[in-house]
Design a protein around this ligand. Structure first.
Ligand SMILES: [Zn+2]
Length: 517
């Protein structure tokens, strides 16, 4: 059984009136593709729940109230450095047309996950605070600060001081959050200081004062520290299922803290956990602040939506995705997608009892990888498309066979990642390498010229090329070498028959010239 179906099966047993699947992210910059894996994983569980007729809901929270504690390399330092330490929703957007910094990066990410078929309801942490819904748990956590200190001390084996509180004030004087430290709670107000040298990345203003920790429609006065906040959001929203990357899920990680907060402070059942492995790009787990090449929106430049989704659906949740676009990863991904489609469209794959388990799983993977209407992918192999996009005469054929969409990505792959062996170009002048050809090979070319007066289909002509080679006493390798060297100046190339037929007149003349040398 596909893993998400097994999870849904498991969840069905607890008979909750509603399963609430949730995920969240701080939109502090371009969002790394690793976060996209989380969105897809929760989406799969959500859809598997619906498939088993379980009432379910899926939300995605953007923590737009978190402070900016790092400046992404692709943003101008002189413009944004002054905002370090401030809540993201108070920082201007890098581009016009967005409400603020958080809004800008969140919407870039939403665009990508919607493109790959995930449509969770979007929630913003600022709304959650300003709705006043969190106030009760904020009070509870401040009242039970000693228990929370104890939890931290036990998990991290390091004692927290008695004046530590799980709350961070937004300084009313300088607007920063990273710099403040609460040191007292009297049941009504938190007392705090905005420390000048509290954090290494920005300076505080030194302001000292007190404020109510409760937010309302008029604004937010501060926030819970995030591990505590995580648990509180579960309770306030009613989350029952939430996955997280293995860094959060490891022993002593943030999930452990949040779980203990649920049990010992706010009395809420821990949501069903879904620990998942990393999404690595070229072997590295890149952070969103490091820039190019790994952001979610950049992935859609190199893969069509259904293939990007497929990559994440097909990989087991406990297995890292190591995506290396420079190797043969991309062509193989397209081939695997076609194979999954075959499993789905063959009766064996679709029936619950028939076929091998792997076929059934593969069929389900294909089904869950769809981003729009379920349909058959192109039949042509990606490797063939890579050849076709290099032959201008095949543009019509690409159109006729409705291959334009995938052809677009074949071009991108050629430009960015393909090895030289995958590239070819018709040699406008006779390549110097044809000197290597012997008499038999030249005779072979002459015979091809004669055949070209007839009408040919690709497959038949390919057969003919083999037969002619035999007649001439050439191995197929020697024979094809003559063709490739003459036309593209390389030892190998795309399927010879199609190459010759597409450039028929050109090939005739070239073979004539080469054979008479
Ligand atoms: Zn301040």
């Amino acid at each position: 059984m596909f893993w998400a179906d097994r999870v849904a099966h498991d969840l069905k047993k607890r008979k909750l009136p509603l399963e609430w699947v949730d995920d969240m992210k701080t939109p502090s910059g371009k969002i790394h593709v690793g976060a996209l894996r989380g969105v897809v994983i929760q989406d799969l569980v959500y859809k598997a729940l619906l498939d088993q007729k379980i009432k379910a809901k899926y939300t995605y929270i953007f923590d737009n109230h978190d402070p900016m504690d790092d400046l992404p390399v692709y943003l101008p330092k002189e413009k944004f450095e002054k905002y370090l330490g401030m809540p993201l929703y108070k920082i201007p957007s890098p581009e016009e047309g967005f409400e603020n910094y958080a809004d800008y990066f969140a919407k870039d990410f939403i665009k990508v996950f919607e493109a790959i078929g995930c449509s969770p309801e979007i929630l913003w942490s600022t709304d959650l605070y300003m709705s006043g819904k969190l106030n009760t748990v904020i009070k509870e956590c401040l009242d039970k600060a000693d228990i929370i200190r104890d939890i931290y001390s036990k998990v991290y084996k390091k004692k927290l001081s008695d004046d530590w509180y799980p709350f961070q004030v937004y300084c009313p004087n300088c607007g920063k959050a990273s710099t403040t430290k609460v040191n007292k709670w009297d049941g009504e107000f938190v007392y705090f200081k905005c420390r000048v040298d509290g954090v290494p990345w920005t300076k505080g203003c030194g302001f000292e004062g007190k404020t109510s920790p409760f937010s309302n429609r008029n604004g937010i006065t501060g926030k819970l520290v995030w591990k505590v906040e995580w648990a509180c959001k579960w309770k306030v929203i009613g989350v029952t299922v939430e996955g997280a990357g293995k860094d959060h899920m490891s022993r002593g990680g943030s999930h452990d803290i949040a779980s203990l907060i649920c049990q010992k402070v706010i009395n809420y059942p821990i949501p069903y956990p879904l620990p998942y492995e990393f999404f690595l790009v070229g072997g590295k787990k890149m952070s969103s602040s490091k820039g190019r090449g790994t952001s979610s929106s950049e992935m859609l430049e190199i893969l069509p939506a259904e293939i990007l989704r497929f990559l994440m659906v097909k990989t087991r949740i406990n297995q890292a995705i190591n995506f290396d676009p420079s190797a043969d990863t991309i062509p193989k991904l397209f081939d695997d997608y076609q194979e999954a489609s075959d499993a789905y469209f063959s009766a064996k794959g679709r029936s619950a009892s028939g076929g091998k388990k792997t076929d059934r799983d593969l069929a389900r993977i294909f089904e869950l990888s769809q981003v729009g209407k379920l349909g058959k992918p192109p039949k042509r192999r990606f490797s063939v498309l890579v050849q076709w996009v290099q032959m201008p005469n095949l543009a019509d054929r690409i159109r006729e066979e409705k291959l334009e969409e995938w052809a677009k990505y074949a071009k991108v792959w050629l430009e960015r990642y393909a090895p030289d062996s995958a590239k070819f170009e018709i040699a406008q002048k006779i390549p110097i390498e044809v000197e290597k050809l012997n008499k038999k090979q030249k005779e072979y070319l002459k015979k091809i010229i004669q055949e070209l007066d007839k009408k040919w289909e690709g497959e038949d002509f390919q057969e003919k090329l083999y037969t002619l080679a035999k007649e001439e006493g050439l191995s197929s390798k020697e024979a094809f070498l003559a063709i490739y060297l003459s036309l593209i100046g390389k030892d190998s190339g795309p399927k010879a028959a199609w190459l010759i037929l597409e450039y028929k007149e050109f090939a005739q003349k070239r073979f004539q010239d080469v054979s008479s040398l």
